[in-house]
Design a protein around this ligand. Structure first.
Ligand code: FEO
Length: 394
């Protein structure tokens, strides 16, 4: 299907309603889309990004339906295959087309898709390309979320084609946002899973876009924003240094001891007015966990002891939190052991990228006793005081 966004600009990408996992890692509860756009100038035509290779036939069909017989340019914002994977097929169908991208992306496309050198036109940051009555301005946006990423600003129509930037994994029949809350939730999940480790680069790239008058943001995943401030303001909040009065508790329990500890901590924190988000790691949706980490001031990992170390699920959560690099300020570890072990040291060792203050862990022997529960109350008190010290809470 092709749908006109505004005169001579069409959305011709593909919906992937059924996809449930990205990178064999990230859950996609709402499927996703691979957005591709056609811009018809009165002189030349450009395709903005392609689609996942699994949807190549659909893209070719959409191009034909859109009446594209001559295609001069394929703008490649990003070398990741969900957007670049159909480029070889497009070049076969339109042999005169050239791939327009930056030098870094060109090298990656040559490596990943074996596209020959002569098929490329490289552009510099802020360089423009005329399609006749439409002008494309290319803006490098490194590390959202790969080093080679760029975006395109269509000057005459004030449309920003933002690639993964501002995207969301959300398949919906409407091209535009129908449910703002749902879209923001999907965009936050997307930010948390993919963009959060690059918060500092995103800040710089947001600054770079500041001078542009943007009427429409057309990302490469999810609905198009006709009110750009909706997603721009959400990003400003997510990338800010501000944390919320929240504690995220990823935990796993084998025989119930850690579970009792987690419940004690949850109740103690709740009594102090702190928002608590526990995640039982048995069957957790890691996207939900990642989203909770976007804002939380504190993370507490709960683990039993397995073969002298942490439970592998707890280690996985710690590894993931470390990789996602949230702006979390404090961390702690709670759990139980039978006869000894080094679960605390192992978990703490998995968090080198987090710039957190480690609060005194509570590791206990066996089932929690009164003194152990009191230690958890003291941990809650410490978290409360740390949060208050940052101006969080009452
Ligand atoms: Fe949607 Fe980074 O690719």
């Amino acid at each position: 299907m092709n749908r006109e966004i505004t005169k001579n600009i069409y959305a011709i990408g593909a919906l992937d309603w059924d996809r449930r996992l990205f990178d064999e890692l990230i859950p996609l509860p709402d499927g996703t889309t691979y957005n591709s756009y056609i811009i018809k100038g009165n002189d030349k035509t450009a395709l903005i990004d392609t689609v996942d290779p699994t949807k190549t036939d659909e893209l070719l069909k959409n191009l034909a339906e859109c009446g594209v017989r001559n295609l001069e340019f394929v703008v490649a914002h990003h070398a990741e295959q969900d957007h670049s994977g159909s480029i070889p097929a497009i070049l076969k169908a339109y042999p005169k087309a050239k791939v327009v991208t930056n030098p870094k992306c060109k090298e990656m496309l040559k490596e990943l898709l074996l596209i020959p050198e002569e098929k490329f036109i490289t552009v510099n940051d802020r360089e423009t390309l005329s399609l006749g009555d439409k002008t494309l301005e290319f803006i490098y946006a490194p590390w959202v979320h790969w080093p080679e990423t760029m975006v395109t600003y269509l000057r005459e129509d004030k449309v920003l084609f933002s690639c993964d930037f501002f995207g969301s994994h959300l398949a919906a029949s409407s091209l535009y946002i129908v449910d703002e809350a749902k879209t923001l939730e999907s965009a936050k999940r997307y930010y948390a899973e993919i963009m959060m480790p690059f918060r500092v680069s995103i800040k710089q790239n947001m600054e770079k876009l500041k001078g542009l008058e943007i009427k429409t943001i057309a990302p490469s995943h999810g609905p198009i924003y006709q009110k750009p401030e909706l997603i721009v303001n959400a990003y400003k909040d997510w990338i800010s240094d501000k944390v919320k009065n929240e504690v995220v508790i990823p935990f796993v329990s084998m025989h119930g001891s850690t579970r009792v500890m987690v419940d004690q901590l949850i109740n103690a924190l709740m009594k102090k007015g702190i928002t608590v988000k526990p995640f039982n790691l048995t069957g957790v949706d890691i996207g939900e966990l990642a989203m909770a980490l976007v804002d939380a001031a504190t993370i507490v990992i709960g683990t039993p002891t397995v073969l002298v170390g942490p439970h592998p699920s707890a280690a996985y959560a710690a590894f993931l939190a470390n990789a996602l690099r949230p702006k979390t300020k404090f961390a702690s570890i709670i759990g139980s052991f039978g006869w000894g072990g080094k679960a605390v040291e192992a978990i703490a060792g998995l968090l080198p990228a987090l710039k957190v203050e480690i609060l005194e862990p509570v590791m206990i022997k066996g089932y929690p006793k009164e003194t152990d529960l009191a230690a958890l109350d003291r941990l809650a008190e410490l978290i409360y005081n740390k949060h208050r010290g940052m101006g969080l809470g009452d």
